[in-house]
Design a protein around this ligand. Structure first.
Ligand code: CAA
Length: 261
């Protein structure tokens, strides 16, 4: 694969761990880093094999400290549009990978970093994490999907407070307002993320993937259409080999051996 700014490991449990690796700039997503992330997700992510993906940042201080301010400050309007279009595309690809994604927020998750966490399905934060959208301090606003995804995850009022003030919040506050699902001791962030990923990886992968699709697509539809989608997707699950195996294993009082189809 040969990426300079990301690391990727597949673990025997079927969990993938993707690490943004530019610690000297707190993993800020300059063009090269964003391109590595995009190329990996688009071309090299082995989506058939992976049952849950953890995304984290390298080093002790940061998940991702945002878009690269030094690079942005030199961009023309056209260059900024290209950078933003690309980031939108990468985050949508991440949001729509078939398996669940878990952001293991090991430090600063700011601006584009917080937006990356929002594109993941589940967020776990270290107690040392700091999150927020400092963009309005720079004359922009969270424009890599953040101003839209955040209001679909938590209340509009709190989202506006965070975005309008640009203030960073603690992990505890992020938990309180529903920006993250769990807060764990700093040294346990990866083991807790793995535990969660492994518990997902044990389940029927096709059913997990269809449930993600039902929630993601259904939440953008009116209820009647969403219910029809749910019926269609559960029927696909019912016709899968994993459904036969899951129910058989239950009746035979043994663990299921899912094949993901
Ligand atoms: N872009 C570029 N470089 C960054 C960066 C960023 N977003 N965040 C940190 N860095 C760099 C710093 O410039 C510094 O580099 P040097 O050592 O070469 O000076 C290095 O990372 C370490 O950072 P600090 O010395 O600042 O570390 P600190 O512990 O004192 O502060 C911090 C940490 C509070 C996170 C601070 O670095 C900071 O405020 N960073 C900027 C965060 C930010 O504003 N993010 C939003 C970006 S805009 C965006 O993301 C737009 C969007 O929606 C798409």
């Amino acid at each position: 694969m040969g990426y300079e700014y990301i690391d990727y490991q597949k673990e025997p449990s079927g969990v993938g761990v993707l690490t943004i690796n530019r610690p000297k700039a707190l993993n800020a997503l300059n063009w090269d880093t964003l391109r590595d992330l995009g190329n990996f997700i688009e071309k090299d992510f082995p989506k058939e094999e992976i049952k849950a993906l953890i995304i984290t940042g390298s080093g002790e201080k940061a998940f991702v400290a945002g878009a690269d301010i030094a690079q942005m400050s030199e961009m023309s309007s056209a260059e900024f549009k290209e950078y933003t279009d690309y980031a939108h595309n990468v985050y949508s690809l991440i949001e729509n990978i078939p398996c669940p994604s878990i952001a293991a927020i090991n430090g600063y998750a700011l601006g584009g970093g917080c937006e990356l966490a929002l594109a993941c399905d589940i967020r776990i934060a270290s107690e040392k994490a700091k999150m927020g959208f400092p963009e309005v301090k720079l004359g922009i606003f969270p424009g890599w999907g953040g101003s839209q995804r955040i209001t679909r995850i938590m209340g509009v009022g709190k989202a506006k407070e965070l975005i309008f003030t640009g203030e960073m919040i603690s992990a505890e506050e992020a938990l309180r307002i529903g920006l993250v699902e769990r807060v764990v001791p700093h040294e346990e962030i990866m083991s807790e993320a793995r535990k969660l990923a492994e518990s997902i990886a044990k389940r029927a992968p096709f059913a997990v993937s269809m449930s993600k699709k039902a929630i993601n697509s259904g939440s953008e539809m009116d209820l009647q259409k969403a219910l029809l989608l749910e019926k269609k997707l559960i029927s696909l699950c019912f016709d899968s080999d994993d459904r036969v195996e899951g129910m058989k294993a239950f009746l035979e009082k043994r663990e299921p051996d899912f094949k993901g189809k």
